[in-house]
Write a protein that binds this ligand. Structure first.
Ligand SMILES: NC(=O)c1ccc[n+]([C@@H]2O[C@H](COP(=O)([O-])OP(=O)(O)OC[C@H]3O[C@@H](n4cnc5c(N)ncnc54)[C@H](OP(=O)(O)O)[C@@H]3O)[C@@H](O)[C@H]2O)c1
Length: 384
């Protein structure tokens, strides 16, 4: 299969590349796209020799045999028969139109990008549903786990409740003040190595609320059908409770490469995978699994994301934009960890219209972003 990776220079994109390169007889890496990180993309070009590359501001025509594409040409190549599968692992919204266009094409799409799904979700509900769109494979660990249960289920009507798990992040047992939590402490996630935005969101648990919203779009669920519990070691990722009282849960060690590898399995020419014994080799020091339910009320960011899901319409996109501004302000020390939820709550008081097309959904995201920025300035921490 000829594949492209959007966001190849990110944490997830790098892991996707690493796993794909284990199966050279099944996958040909044709296109790599970052956003601004030239050095990293250059390393990837030297290592994987793709036919095409894209970076926002690079005009260079060719590196060895790799052709740098303009934005227009990127679209053309992605939409052509030259590419059969696309991993969408970019942050931000620059690929929103491309993402929307790809959803209608007969190509396999591995989708991890949270912002794209949440902003496009209200408008493209039918195309983002994994039931309506058989070409879509969710690549977040929780959504992949849920997908692996639901796709094999003869009668989805048997499902009573859907569960997503949260690690709780580095501060779940923190007894001090949230005001004392620094960006450095936050970026040291105990279980997962990820980009800065998602790492901060994991610490505030906003990420889990965003994942509930994604799950609504991906699996045609209403937010109240989904419940979240904290599973500290991140070994259980998602599950369902059936009407007969049985629970089906998916378990694997916290390593995105496992999810990526599993998602590739149907496309492998030779069906070989490393499958070490979980308990003997992979559990390592983990002998017990610890749970907490419901999510601690100290993590109001999680509950505010659920509130955005409950309000529906433009609120998820608006909330997502507001959260982006809060995370940026926290990482540049203009907002404290504890203030993130305060600003998000203020933003959710705004009246937000229902978008009627993708452009409006994008503008709502931007309105959320700018309103949060204004609120942050009002809080007096801005250095601008
Ligand atoms: N990391 C994980 O384990 C994980 C798991 C599940 C879902 N996700 C989702 O996957 C996405 C990427 O996560 P990550 O951890 O890999 O983040 P990351 O390390 O920050 O990487 C982000 C990637 O997106 C590119 N990018 C940045 N801003 C962009 C924009 N405005 N438009 C288009 N591309 C842009 C970056 O390019 P440059 O670096 O070249 O600027 C980079 O390739 C996020 O939506 C995240 O929520 C990640």
């Amino acid at each position: 299969m000829k594949v492209a990776i959007l966001g190849s220079t990110g944490f997830l994109g790098t892991q996707i590349l690493e796993v794909l390169s284990e199966y050279p007889d099944s996958f040909e890496i044709c296109l790599l796209s970052g956003f601004k990180n030239y050095r990293k993309l250059r390393e990837q070009i030297d290592a994987y020799h793709p036919d095409y590359a894209f970076l926002k501001e690079v005009k260079e025509e060719k590196i060895n045999n790799t052709v740098f594409l303009s934005e227009e040409k990127l679209r053309e190549v992605l939409f052509s028969s030259k590419i059969e599968g696309i991993f969408i692992a970019s942050a931000g919204l620059d690929f929103l139109d491309i993402f929307a266009g790809l959803l209608g094409l007969p190509k396999t799409l591995w989708i991890a990008s949270k912002e794209l799904m949440i902003v496009a979700g209200e408008i493209l509900k039918n195309k983002i549903s994994v039931f309506a769109n058989q070409n879509l494979i969710p690549l977040d660990s929780e959504h992949y786990a849920l997908w692996s249960i639901l796709k094999g289920m003869q009668d989805p009507g048997r499902v009573e409740k859907v569960y997503l798990t949260a690690s709780g992040g580095p501060f779940y047992e923190w007894r001090g003040s949230f005001e004392d939590i620094t960006p450095e402490m936050t970026l040291a996630h105990p279980n997962w190595k990820m980009g800065d935005k998602i790492t901060v969101d994991s610490a505030t648990l906003v990420n889990k609320g965003l994942e509930v919203i994604e799950a609504c779009y991906l699996f045609e669920l209403s937010y109240h059908q989904i419940d979240v519990f904290v599973q500290r070691e991140s070994y259980l990722h998602a599950g369902v409770r059936l009407k007969d009282g049985m629970y089906h849960m998916v378990m694997f060690p916290p390593d995105m490469r496992k999810v990526i590898r599993a998602s590739l399995y149907p496309f492998l020419k030779k069906k070989t995978m490393p499958s070490p014994d979980l308990f003997a080799q992979e559990l390592g020091g983990v002998r017990t699994l610890s749970f907490d339910y419901p999510v601690s009320e100290r993590f109001q960011g999680f509950y505010l994301a659920l509130e955005a899901a409950r309000k529906g319409g433009g609120y998820p996109a608006f909330f997502c934009g507001a959260d982006q501004a809060c995370v940026e302000a926290f990482l540049t020390r203009r907002l404290s960890f504890g203030e993130i939820a305060v600003v998000l709550e203020e933003c959710l008081q705004a009246r937000v219209p229902n978008p009627s097309n993708l452009q409006e959904a994008f503008e709502i995201y931007q309105r959320g972003y700018h309103l949060a920025k204004e609120r942050i300035v009002v809080r007096g921490r801005s250095q601008c």
